[in-house]
Design a protein around this ligand. Sequence first.
Ligand code: ADP
Length: 624
Amino acid sequence: MHSSDIWDDEDERRHKLMVDAVHDHGALASIELHHGGAHAMRRLSREHALSPSGLAGELPPPAGPLGTPKIMTVEDIDRVEQSFVDAAVRGRNAGYDIVDVLAGYGYLFAQFLSPFHNHRNDRYGGSLENRARFWVETLSRVRDAVGADCAIATRMSVQTQGPWGHTLEESAALIEMADPLVDLWDLNVGSVLDWGSDISPSRVIPEGRNMDLFTRIRGATEKPIVGVSRWTSPDSMAQAVRSGVIDIIGSARQSIADPFFPQKLYEGRTEDIRECMGINHCISSLDRGNMACAQNATAGEEYRRGWHPERFEPLEDKNASILVVGAGPAGLEAAIGLAKRGAEMVHLVDSADQVGGHLRPVVELPGLREWGRFIDHRLIQVDKLSNLQFIPATTLDADAILDYGASHVVIATGARWLRNGLTPSTHAALPGLDGLKWVFTPEQLLLGGERPTPGCRVSVYDAEGGYLGSSLAQLLANEGYNVSIVTPHASVAAEGDLTLDGPAVRSSLHASGVAMYRDVLLTEAGLGVLRGVGEFEVPFSLETDAAVLVTMRSPVDDLYQQLMADRQALDASGIDAVYCIGDALSPRPLAEVMFDGHRLAREFESPDPSSPLPYKRESLRLVD
Ligand code: ADP
């Protein structure tokens, strides 16, 4: 998921390896050529950024790295055009079938197209035709260089939020202008400044939302259009293509969640599709340096850990009979993996009536319905696997586990939210909580227990900063309470700034009348009041009737501890090994606990399945 270079023969050779592999599978390969312009991060090149603007210093880029970019001279323009041509030629030589010139996302060409950025008064600025010249010239030169061998595509954002893009009407005119040079249009919405419009989170943007916009520009071209719109459902994809508005589905996240999506569709196995839930863990984890997926544990691990997304190596011990306690995300994933590996019997036992664990009530929260795909997909697999049995409404204690007759036991009993206000920053419980009429943990609210008196003041203390605090605040506001949210993070729903739903979530809270306090660390509660300190030690106090504490979770691991404490009893029971996974081991986000279960299943017969095997790292080979 990192962009790569195509500057020299060695780069070309590396690309060819990948392109050949793509061709071996009967697919076409496309290369997207990109210049960030004013938004170039310059991490490795350490060059200055480039910008079209003619107003030196007066119009710095509205975001991006520090500094005012250099205004491009006509020579710079020519040099960059030639760089696109050189890259296209190398792409063609590496075997790519499609060369895509990126003109979207608010990057270099989009900056020229935008009247907000482009204030030039030469032939590259002013009228729409002039603003489009750099891009059209580049397309033309790329077409002349490789157009006989490759299809030429260009990615354009048909609409962006805020003032920095161009309008939909201008998009239609631009499409008409460049149409003769293009074989394929690759259309999206949004820019680097409103990334969430493009990589839209399901929490705030429905699937297919861009179709209205695409409909309005369809008349501008008869060439095929690739359209993105968080497509995940085969039915809506088919409908979009049948409508004639777009011709090809662009859907990166669905390919991450299930790389075998097209094959499953082709084979009519739609029930096996792992549908992307739009949780955007791919984006937040990419920002942290390693792209991962909350639906698909194998994403990014195919080479590194040798995990095929669909194939599971059979267990050597065909007689393994495995008891998994807890059917939350971790237990479910472990049980399914072990059943797919051919364990003789996997029993998945839960106190609850249904699978899903902590995620089950979460999907009822405002906007989180699509996260339920995590459970739906796994439920179908549980039903299909004859060696996997879900046993609901059964609470096991240590004795029951010892008597169960299993050869292996996996404890996936989850975690619970603390009710004492302990946070990682204070390392202490919040004193004085008795002074409030009501104190709730998230579970108490989620499971539909007691609620405060209708209309009273409720404060959500979100020291965690994940999705839950803001979702509960929204829920309570929808229920008519007078809601505040307090967080020690620099923004409310801080993680949302990485999963790209933060701005929309905050807007929605604001529109619902939720008061938001950020950068506040609570230090104590009193009679009807919460007190703390804001930035620069500024005292903070908030009158409230109820507090909802979203601070930290502690593992529910007593079963595991009890079993491990009595080795003799374990030996006598015939249990070979007991493992603890998921939130019961260490409370973490969904993607990580799911990964835990998957990893255990994959490495079940390693010398020490509790500890992950080393994975392949990138390294330079030392030569004598
Ligand atoms: P994770 O996120 O690690 O998968 P969850 O909290 O989602 O964990 O799920 C834990 C599940 O374990 C819950 O569904 C809970 O009902 C179940 N559970 C906890 N203790 C027991 C027990 N003693 N017997 C059976 N099920 C249990």
